[in-house]
Design a protein around this ligand. Structure first.
Ligand SMILES: C[S@@+](CC[C@H](N)C(=O)[O-])C[C@H]1O[C@@H](n2cnc3c(N)ncnc32)[C@H](O)[C@@H]1O
Length: 556
């Protein structure tokens, strides 16, 4: 050791490379939105890294629970997506997403990630790095398979991990409601007016001189703790318990070992969650497949769904009705469906076509109340609510045939204004009366985007309408030179120059669908160079194109 302080960290090829993401706008397609028009739930079609970046500004610090089930990197090709990417790439892709996910979590929020042994231990170290070791909540061991797996070679893997981290120490898990079996442990054999109780032993398997003494049972007999043990209560506390009829000596009153009565009315309102989640408690992958078969007329609809009961367990532990939930690897829509049925608000992101073939019809059935599978009966789901469907706007800039960056012609005036507000950190909120107030960053600081040529006369007119303490950023395609220094509180900038060099334009695919990464030295750089910089040749790797009835009475 040379004495230099070193950080404990996981390293991998390409760890130091991170994409500089373009903050895209999201566009609603009202044809695909469904149900209550005022609903805030969002189904987003597109790459989750870009979608998360798009959400970051508005949702920073707002998400109570994130449940994601990313591709496990198992090396097997599934019908809907390819899962066999190289470990380093997988780690980079997950890291980039986790960093934004952390930003949008609320102070009381938590993140739960389903994973298996292929990457779980690497993911744990990665999450320690991003969230901090002290933010680790638990590694839930979920018994994902309800069959013994006798066809496996070697040892059958019958569990998955759910790694859970909190954003801050404000996270407080909810207690689990007692199930019927647990409630049945509370009885009232002596018809105590305080209601049912559970007897807990009053002996401790350890000798303590102070607590080794005789007490009289109900029959008047003196009883000592067994040899080598002692009472769990000191003499004065024991007297108090006896006086309050809180010691049970059996029906005869002459038992050898007394019990302390713990009344149901006095204990915590539920039980603390455990890290072991058997399939009876959280469902199995087989349950998940049959839930989907039920929804999609008997066909095996999706290769890797999670059971609704698993999502239910996570949401009941971490959220209350009205809280905001996010799943950025939505798959067949399980998290959104369960969040909806449980009265939570939700955001789901899915890149695959199954966003349309699975998530949309599934969520519509939930809203109609015709999905009576999964957790529907347990939560008494009757239907209602709605969601809005969004897709990502194309990249704002594209290279023309001469290699110059221009605004993509698919952007209309509103889209451009919204995109520029986002790029500049303003909230897009067009004022109903004053046209140049399209968005604001503070109470008095506005942004206005126009495709018109900005003249001095135009600037003078706007300035006349402005209050002394107001400021304005005008983004335009071109302007007269004199505008630059005309007013100290009006800043005029030119699109696209003002954006060049800031982020990667023209890149749509940051997905996990990548199987291999051929290095193409001639591929164009995704980051348009800033005005003064020279175009650099790219050395970076390029990316090729390419739910049954739940809750049996016998829950453990
Ligand atoms: C294991 S599945 C999730 C299954 C889901 N929990 C369910 O119950 O149906 C992972 C999902 O992540 C999606 N995915 C992978 N990369 C993505 C990306 N970059 N953006 C959005 N979704 C992505 C895949 O298309 C796949 O549907």
């Amino acid at each position: 050791m040379n004495g230099t302080k070193q950080k404990l960290e996981l390293t991998w090829i390409g760890k130091d490379k991170q994409p500089v993401l373009e903050p895209r706008i999201l566009i609603e397609d009202p044809e695909k939105s469904y149900g209550d028009k005022t609903a805030e739930n969002m189904l987003i079609f597109g790459d989750n890294l870009l979608a998360l970046k798009a959400l970051e500004q508005d949702f920073a610090g707002k998400i109570k629970c994130i449940f994601i089930d990313p591709p496990y990197n198992t090396g097997s090709a599934f019908k809907q997506y390819d899962d066999g990417i190289e470990h380093s790439l997988w780690l980079s892709l997950i890291r980039d997403r986790l960093e934004i996910l952390k930003k949008i979590m609320s102070a009381e929020g938590s993140i739960w990630i389903a994973i298996d042994d292929n990457e779980s231990h690497y993911l744990k170290v990665l999450m320690d790095e991003i969230f901090g070791r002290s933010s680790f909540i638990a590694n839930i061991v979920w018994q994902s398979k309800d069959t013994p797996g006798n066809n496996a070679t070697g040892i059958a893997e019958t569990h998955n991990h759910i790694l859970a981290y909190k954003k801050t120490s404000w996270f407080q898990p909810n207690l689990l409601a007692r199930n019927s079996k647990q409630l049945a442990n509370y009885t009232n054999p002596d018809e105590d007016s305080r209601g049912p109780w559970l007897g807990t032993p009053l002996t401790r398997v350890e000798y303590r001189e102070r607590d080794y003494y005789a007490i009289k049972n109900k029959a008047g007999r003196e009883v000592f703790p067994p040899k080598g043990s002692s009472w769990r209560r000191p003499p004065d506390k024991m007297k108090e318990l006896a006086a309050d009829n809180r010691i049970w000596w059996g029906k005869s009153g002459n038992a050898e070992f007394p019990m302390e009565k713990k009344f149901l009315s006095e204990v915590k309102e539920g039980v603390v969650n455990q890290t072991w989640w058997p399939y009876e408690f959280a469902g199995s992958t087989r349950n998940a497949s049959s839930e989907l078969k039920g929804l999609f007329e008997g066909e095996k609809a999706f290769d890797t769904p999670k059971p609704e009961k698993l999502a239910f367990r996570i949401l009941e532990l971490t959220t209350k009705p009205g809280d905001l939930i996010l799943d950025s690897f939505l798959g067949s829509g399980t998290t959104a469906a369960v969040a909806h049925k449980m009265g939570r608000r939700w955001i789901g992101i899915e890149l695959g076509e199954h966003c349309h073939t699975h998530c949309l019809p599934r969520l519509k059935k939930v809203i109609d109340g015709t999905d009576q599978g999964g957790v529907s009966k347990a939560v008494d789901w009757k239907g209602g609510g709605g969601f809005k469907y969004y897709y990502l706007a194309p990249s704002l800039l594209k290279a023309d045939q001469y290699g110059n960056w221009i605004i993509d012609e698919r952007y209309n005036a509103d889209m451009l204004a919204a995109a520029m507000a986002k790029h500049e950190g303003f909230r897009y909120q067009p004022d109903a009366e004053i046209y140049w107030k399209q968005g604001r960053s503070t109470e008095k600081d506005y942004i206005f985007t126009t495709t018109q040529f900005v003249t001095i006369e135009f600037l003078d007119k706007v300035h006349e309408e402005m209050k002394l303490d107001e400021s304005l950023l005008i983004c335009c395609k071109s302007f007269s030179k004199a505008c630059e220094t005309r007013y100290f509180n009006i800043n005029v900038k030119k699109i696209p120059n003002m954006l060049l060099g800031r982020c990667e334009f023209g890149r749509d695919d940051y997905s996990l669908n990548i199987i291999n990464m051929p290095v193409d030295d001639n591929a164009p750089d995704f980051v348009p160079p800033g005005p003064k910089e020279k175009i650099q040749k790219k050395t970076r790797a390029s990316v090729p194109d390419k739910q049954m009835v739940l809750f049996d009475e016998e829950d453990p």
